[in-house]
Write a protein that binds this ligand. Structure first.
Ligand SMILES: C=CC1=C(C)c2cc3[nH]c(cc4nc(cc5[nH]c(cc1n2)c(C)c5CCC(=O)O)C(CCC(=O)O)=C4C)c(C)c3C=C
Ligand SMILES: [Fe+2]
Ligand SMILES: [Fe+2]
Length: 362
């Protein structure tokens, strides 16, 4: 592989620490023309679709890319905002707020964001961090639960970006935070404040993005991690097993995916005449197509049509300040030893304020 022309670390430049938030990616516009290349890149990733390459090439290019872009674009259009795709907006805001939260230490730390598919790419942002003098980078795939198809694929993108550099920064990756107390606390506070405003619901559905069932059989920890997040959240909320249901959404293709399927659970709860139903998606830290369209819009219709009472989707953590503080607490343990690099006086002050910021309690 040819080496890219890369900016070199300069002696007159302060050494900084980079934090790179990575999310999945989203099309540039809610049109079939923009959705097509996005889906092509996404669905060509062997981490995402694990069937023999040649057969898949024909299915993808012959069928899927001729039908799905138009259908998906219509769904994207229903959630698109004046500022663009919600997933990109929230991810950008999260990076900006985390940078702001660093305060004085911000001069030593640079927070950036990237997308696994589409723009801005992981390779471009890793290069930007290097150009800014970051000789250490902590990468954070923004998926609480590790799945090979999401976090594993973000790791691939980082590895590819490193592969193209002659002198890359040191790299650490936050693999998962599904059971981090900071994460669980923030989710629990979100449900409690929803209850405080709208009254306690009769049942809580925790809906996670699905993956093919065979991934679980092959050892993917995702399913177990989703159940652990759900159990910890339920414990924190004081819910017993009859008061909540874990379900999996966004099934793709004809193979079996993790069960129970969210749509079937919502239908059953509707048929059972559930009064107030709360729905949360603890596998997404930012609202996106899968939460806003599939859960908040389609899910509501499924539940109400089946006979349910009130349907209340609880928004993702998005760019709320308490989530940004929780994120800093999640990252802090991964920086061990790294802040010691800086030797001059100014850097020491920065290190102290960074440590204080990262260790802050809310
Ligand atoms: C939460 C983590 C995610 C996992 C695990 C995941 C696995 C996975 N996804 C697909 C197929 C699609 N997913 C799509 C959208 C989408 N997926 C995630 C997250 C995970 N996916 C997010 C955050 C989003 C939303 C993106 C946005 O722009 O808002 C889509 C695209 C939309 C569509 O056409 O339906 C597809 C396709 C597979 C096959 C898979 C695991 C094998
Ligand atoms: Fe997905
Ligand atoms: Fe979906």
């Amino acid at each position: 592989m040819p080496y890219l022309t890369e900016p070199e670390f300069r002696h007159d430049q302060p050494r900084r620490l980079g934090i790179l938030l990575i999310n999945l990616g989203t099309p540039a516009a809610p049109t079939a023309a923009a959705v097509r290349p996005y889906l092509k890149q996404f669905l060509s990733d062997p981490r995402v679709v694990e069937i023999p390459r040649l057969a898949w090439w024909f299915i993808l290019n012959g069928i899927i890319l001729n039908t799905r872009p138009k259908q998906s674009a219509a769904k994207y259009a229903s959630i698109w905002t004046r500022d663009g795709s919600p997933l990109a907006i929230y991810t950008r805001q999260q990076a900006k707020l985390l940078q702001g939260y660093m305060g004085d230490a911000g001069q030593q730390v640079m927070v950036e964001w990237a997308m696994r598919y589409g723009q801005p790419s992981v390779a471009d942002k890793l290069m930007a961090l290097k150009a800014a003098g970051c000789d250490r980078v902590l990468a954070v795939p923004l998926y609480p639960q590790y799945a090979a198809s999401s976090s594993g694929s973000a790791m691939d993108a980082l590895a590819d970006a490193i592969k193209a550099l002659r002198n890359p920064p040191e790299l650490r990756i936050v693999k998962q935070f599904h059971d981090s107390p900071a994460y669980i606390d923030t989710l629990a506070r979100r449900v409690q404040s929803h209850w405080a405003q709208q009254g306690r619901g009769d049942h809580l559905v925790m809906s996670f993005h699905g993956i093919p069932r065979f991934s679980l059989d092959k050892g993917d920890p995702y399913h177990c991690q989703c159940h652990k997040t759900a159990r910890l959240l339920a414990e924190q909320l004081g819910l017993n097993k009859d008061q909540y249901t874990v379900a999996f959404q966004s099934r793709f293709g004809r193979t079996e995916w993790l069960k129970p399927y969210t749509s079937e659970v919502l239908q059953q709860l509707g048929k059972r005449k559930t009064g107030k139903l709360d729905v949360i998606c603890p596998g997404f830290v930012a609202d996106c197509l899968e939460t806003l369209e599939e859960i908040a819009i389609e899910g509501k219709e499924t539940f109400l049509t089946a006979g349910g009472g009130q349907y209340r989707y609880i928004a993702a953590l998005n760019a709320e300040p308490d989530w940004i503080i929780a994120l800093a607490r999640i990252l802090a343990p991964h920086l061990g030893g790294w802040l010691e690099h800086q030797e001059d006086q100014q850097a020491t002050t920065a290190r102290l304020s960074l440590a204080r910021a990262l260790g802050a309690k809310h």
